[in-house]
Design a protein around this ligand. Structure first.
Ligand code: ZN
Length: 85
């Protein structure tokens, strides 16, 4: 599995189609296609708002973790991502 993660939402960037796109249509290596499209972020809220959006998909991806555990792990991890530093 790839070690790359979206630097906005922490989604794993495993497949070519997961990557965002630059303004010229080329691949953006740092952000996923949900966060970054045609050179612009698709979501312009705060880190806390981004975490709330990500709680549900993260819960589905991490079966066995509680919502609180998922939220706490994101609150620890998101500030290390490039977009929120
Ligand atoms: Zn993302």
């Amino acid at each position: 599995m790839s070690e790359k993660f979206c630097q906005s939402c922490a989604m794993p960037l495993g497949n070519e189609k997961d990557y965002g796109t630059n303004a010229d249509g080329s691949r953006n290596d740092e952000y996923c296609n949900y966060c970054y499209e045609n050179g612009e972020f698709t979501f312009s809220g705060t880190m806390e708002e981004m975490i709330e959006i990500c709680v549900k998909p993260m819960l589905l991806a991490n079966k066995g973790m509680t919502e609180e555990q998922v939220r706490n792990s994101m609150k620890g991890y998101f500030p290390t991502l490039k977009r929120w530093k």
